[in-house]
Design a protein around this ligand. Structure first.
Ligand code: RTP
Ligand code: MG
Length: 137
C-alpha cells in the first residue's frame, strides 16, 4: 500500500544540526522516497490549521510558540505503509518514554521539543499535505 505522509523536522532539529541525521533515517527505509521538501518558518495561520485539533489544551500556546521559533523542514515522504512507518521511526510523543533506536528516543528529552512531526492517519496526511504542499499533484 503506497501512501504519502507529511513530515516536519521541528525547530529543535534544525537548531541542533540534526536535519541530515533524521532525513537519512527516513531515506534508508527500503522503497521510500522524498517527493517534496522545503525549509520555512511557519506563520500563526499555518500552525493553527495544522495543530487546530489541540486548540484549548494547556500545551497548545507553548507548542505554537515553539513551532514558530525558527525554521522547520517540511517533507513529503512516499512509500509502502509510510504513515505508520514514520510514526514508528519517530517513537511516542514523550521522548523519555520512546525506545532508544527511535528518533525521539535517541535525541529527545522534552515532550514539546520532540524533533519530528509525522501525520498520524491517512485522513490527517491528506489534510496536512494540503496545508503544506497545496500544489503537489
Ligand atoms: P506530532 O503531532 O507533532 O507529530 O506529535 P504527536 O502526534 O506525537 O503528539 P500530539 O499529541 O499530536 O501533540 C502534538 C505536539 O504537541 C507537543 N505536546 N506537548 N504535554 C505537553 O507538553 C505536550 N503534549 C504534546 C509535542 O511537541 C507534540 O509532538
Ligand atoms: Mg499529532
Amino acid at each position: 500500500m503506497t501512501q504519502r505522509t507529511l513530515v516536519l523536522l521541528k525547530p529543535d532539529t534544525v537548531r541542533r544540526g540534526l536535519i541530515g541525521e533524521l532525513i537519512s533515517r527516513i531515506e534508508r527505509k527500503a522503497g521510500w522516497s522524498i517527493v517534496a521538501l522545503e525549509m520555512r518558518t511557519l506563520d500563526q495561520d499555518t500552525l493553527e490549521q495544522h495543530y487546530g485539533e489541540h486548540k484549548g489544551r494547556p500545551f497548545y500556546e507553548p507548542l505554537v510558540e515553539f513551532m514558530a521559533s525558527g525554521p522547520v523542514v517540511a517533507l513529503v515522504v512516499e512509500g509502502e505503509r509510510v504513515i505508520e512507518g514514520v510514526r514508528a521511526l519517530a517513537g511516542p510523543t514523550d521522548p523519555i518514554a520512546a525506545a532508544p533506536g527511535s528518533i525521539r528516543g535517541d535525541f529527545g528529552t522534552v515532550v514539546r521539543e520532540n524533533l519530528i512531526h509525522a501525520s498520524d492517519s491517512e485522513e490527517s496526511a491528506i489534510r496536512e499535505l494540503k496545508i503544506f504542499f497545496p500544489g503537489l499533484s
